[in-house]
Design a protein around this ligand. Structure first.
Ligand code: COS
Length: 386
């Protein structure tokens, strides 16, 4: 049966093959136990590090592979086919790396990017707080200049890889009276004085990924840890998320494909009324819709990622579109996979119940799908005014 041809180069096909092998050999065999025990996947992190995948988007001069958003999406889809908890650990490191790549000085890039590219140190991104999530400008963590230092006070909530990552890009208010324009970004290292972590959160899904609070109590960091200009923190966060959101779409595609494959194989083997349930039109139509949506989501993510890699400006709308559709699709497809498998689907003996639990976060993190629709709506509003 013909498959869609995405015309990958040899290098891109290699990324797919490497990620696919890691998924088959290292992720799928342990995903249920990582989920059950809420275990951080260090062995898989080391494997990903050995494979050079952490450096896909990082220029070669800083130890990376010098590729882009599209190749990240290729890898993320393949890894998500196995487990999106593990994949989120991988993606979150890039979320910590992108701001340094986009806004870092030469010295900051040289200091931090090689260890993120090699996977020796994991990156993380800290924006969300008790008072700020969707309202990214509502943060209350402060950074005050004190001689040659910045002194940071406050906390960050639900930070992926919090406590396990070593390099954090965080946003704090340097000029609170200026609102969004009073926010600045900083690089924080694990071990900085006054920087501590909360307990590991217990979650519905994504249980292989660690999530903790970050606490800053008179946390003193050298002046040169300011990332970008003072007051540029909000824009830095928005541009980082613009670059990362198609990757979340790609995770949705991988997860949808995995759920579809599980449901399809099961429907072929499950006999009811004397015949495989896949021969019933009711089941076929569900599988058909799952296949249509998954392929459409993949095509969308790939074409948006490739467009971003051409260097176009103002990608917020495209990036939001590439996050919303595949992640809404993942929620629908995983739910339908459970339905196709019936009682089996609901049992922990089969992987689709985990897939359905995991899918929910995709509609929430890196900007809820309601916020994405706001971003798209506001862009349309601007476009139609002209
Ligand atoms: N790129 C560059 N600049 C951007 C931008 C983007 N993607 N989005 C907004 N800006 C600029 C605006 O142009 C505006 O600049 P001016 O002050 O010069 O006019 C400034 O930033 C403020 O923008 P806006 O008024 O639109 O900000 P809002 O507070 O209304 O917030 C949303 C906009 C809701 C889109 C933003 O807060 C958001 O993305 N929230 C979700 C954050 C998120 O993803 N959280 C999840 C946790 S992080 S993993």
């Amino acid at each position: 049966m013909a498959q869609v041809n995405y015309f990958l180069t040899e290098e891109q096909q290699m990324i797919v093959d490497v990620a696919k092998n890691i998924t088959a050999e290292k992720i799928i065999p342990v995903r249920a136990s990582l989920d059950e025990r809420e275990e951080f996947p260090w062995d898989i992190v080391y494997e990903l590090a050995r494979s050079d995948l952490f450096g896909i988007y990082i220029p070669q001069q800083y130890g990376g592979l010098g590729m882009g958003c599209f190749e990240m999406c290729l890898a993320l889809e393949q890894l998500a086919y196995g487990c999106i908890g593990v994949t989120t650990t991988f993606a979150a490191s890039a979320l910590g790396g992108y701001p340094i790549l986009l806004f870092g000085t030469e010295a900051q890039k040289e200091k931090y990017l090689p260890s993120i590219a090699s996977g020796k140190r994991l990156g993380a991104f800290g924006l969300t707080e008790v008072t700020a999530g969707s309202d990214a400008a509502g943060i209350q963590t402060t950074a005050i200049e004190d001689g040659d230092f910045w002194v940071i006070n406050g906390s960050k909530q639900w930070i992926t890889s919090g406590g396990d990552a070593e390099i954090y890009t965080i946003i704090a208010m340097t000029d609170p009276h200026k609102g969004a324009r009073g926010a600045s970004a900083f690089i924080i290292e694990k071990g900085d004085p006054g920087f501590t972590f909360g307990k590991k959160e217990k979650k519905l899904g994504l249980r292989a990924s660690s999530t903790r609070e970050l606490f800053f109590t008179e946390c003193r960091i050298p002046k040169d840890r300011l990332l970008g200009k003072r007051g540029q923190g909000f824009i830095l966060a928005m541009r980082t998320l613009d670059l990362a959101r198609p990757g979340i779409g790609a995770i949705g595609v991988g997860l949808s494909q995995a759920a579809l494959d599980e449901a399809g194989k099961h429907a072929k083997n499950r006999i009811q009324f004397g015949q495989p349930v896949i021969t019933f039109q009711a089941v076929q139509h569900m599988l058909a819709d799952m296949a249509i949506q998954t392929e459409a989501a993949r095509a969308l993510v790939f074409v948006v990622a490739r467009t971003i890699d051409t260097g176009v400006k103002d990608i917020s709308k495209l990036s939001a579109i590439a996050k919303v559709f595949p992640t809404d699709t993942a929620m629908k497809v995983t739910t339908d996979a459970v339905q196709v498998m019936g009682g089996f689907g609901y049992m922990k003996d089969y992987p689709v119940e985990k897939m359905m639990r995991d899918a929910k976060i995709l509609q929430i993190y890196e900007g809820t799908n309601q916020i994405q629709r706001n971003v798209i709506g506001q862009a349309l509003n601007k476009e139609y005014m002209n």
